[in-house]
Write a protein that binds this ligand. Sequence first.
Ligand SMILES: NC(=O)c1ccc[n+]([C@@H]2O[C@H](COP(=O)([O-])OP(=O)(O)OC[C@H]3O[C@@H](n4cnc5c(N)ncnc54)[C@H](O)[C@@H]3O)[C@@H](O)[C@H]2O)c1
Length: 429
Amino acid sequence: MAPEREPVGVIGTGYVGLVSAAGFAELGNEVWCVDIDEEKIERLRGGEVPIYEPGLEELLARNARRMHFSTDLGEALEHARLLFVAVGTPPTYSGDADLSAVHAVVDAIPASEEHALVMKSTVPCGTGAAIRRGFGERGKDGLCYVSCPEFLKEGSAVNDFLHPDRVVVGDEGDWAGDAVVELYAPLDAPLVRTDIASAEMVKLASNAFLATKISFINEIANVCEETGADVVEVARGMGLDDRIGAKFLQAGIGFGGSCFPKDVDALKQLAGNSGYHFQLLTAVIEVNELQKRRVIGKLQKHLGSLVGKRIALLGLAFKPNTDDMREASSLVLSARLNADGALVSAYDPVAEEQARSLVTGITFASSPLQALRGADAAVLVTEWGEFLALDWSDVAEAMAGNLVIDGRNALDAEAVRAAGLVYEGIGRR
Ligand SMILES: NC(=O)c1ccc[n+]([C@@H]2O[C@H](COP(=O)([O-])OP(=O)(O)OC[C@H]3O[C@@H](n4cnc5c(N)ncnc54)[C@H](O)[C@@H]3O)[C@@H](O)[C@H]2O)c1
């Protein structure tokens, strides 16, 4: 008989919590999920998946008998020793991480000798130490604490959870750290077992490094535009150097999403709060903000004033294969286009519902061609496969103008030009 797997509690059933919960269930663990959002819990109980994430629906359906959903933390406490915390840590106005949801969970956990809080939410370095101190002050010394940051990517989250590049466990060498290591053992991933502060910093530093790579190649792209080089060729030549690597060298209109912008900001603020000015990250953030606006200049170069011009946005989500609109480049772009008097239509295969609550002044289309009909220019904002497969002669026929701006350098420039359209990428000849 297979050894019995540890039951786990997962607090917060968003992108990270729900995928992790389903992943643990797939490994054979009984999983007790808790969320304060009653509607979400009702939907999950009814077998509905409240977010778009490829493969998640099937994973949840396959493991439904091992998954339990509740708004009552008591149920998770009753059945599981390990309580994974996967609540949101959005940015505050100061750029620091808002830890109010984390603290709400921490405060709700009663004194116990048998439970451990396992932090999956991305938190500033030092949070674990502060929580441990708080436990001590409130007579909750018996509670253990483990930092277990999550590295999954929306759009491939299920695969990332089940096949991680590494598992990072930061703990104080007690039973809880051992139990978390044991939980992940079947995934056979490289393990980094370390102290809590270092585990917290691995997560922040990893996201900051990836964001730096993106801003770096975006600046190279901008210089390519001035010097006649093609950033796609440059990135190919750079990426073959295995000290550099080809990933995250795609120039475009900037990074967005629920993690990079806030985690880069949070690390910069964390450093600042400790008296260190993180100059490099300050530049990474500024480059990204300017990059999101670069499309406007390109449109003006070809169209002159944008007043009354019809602009079609292909894609709204911050990247393909997700409906997540948090910090998406499309938010800045559509707001700038509105401010400049353009008439904006947009199509996204899955993010429309989320976009409707965040974007005003644009018309939502039900297909790419509907968005493109009568447009003076098209802008590829999110490189969904659907857009890469467009028939460009159909596009040319639908549009009033002929300008295609490839904000992700993802389109086949030759195919676009062959249809009689004007192609302009980011940093491309
Ligand atoms: N989304 C990602 O790709 C990703 C990847 C790695 C790490 N992270 C980190 O993981 C954390 C969660 O991110 P997410 O994208 O899953 O967030 P999310 O907003 O999708 O989900 C958070 C969930 O927590 C619930 N919640 C809030 N307060 C609660 C409470 N007191 N008790 C129970 N539930 C509560 C919310 O209702 C929501 O369902 C963040 O810190 C994020 O930075 C996210």
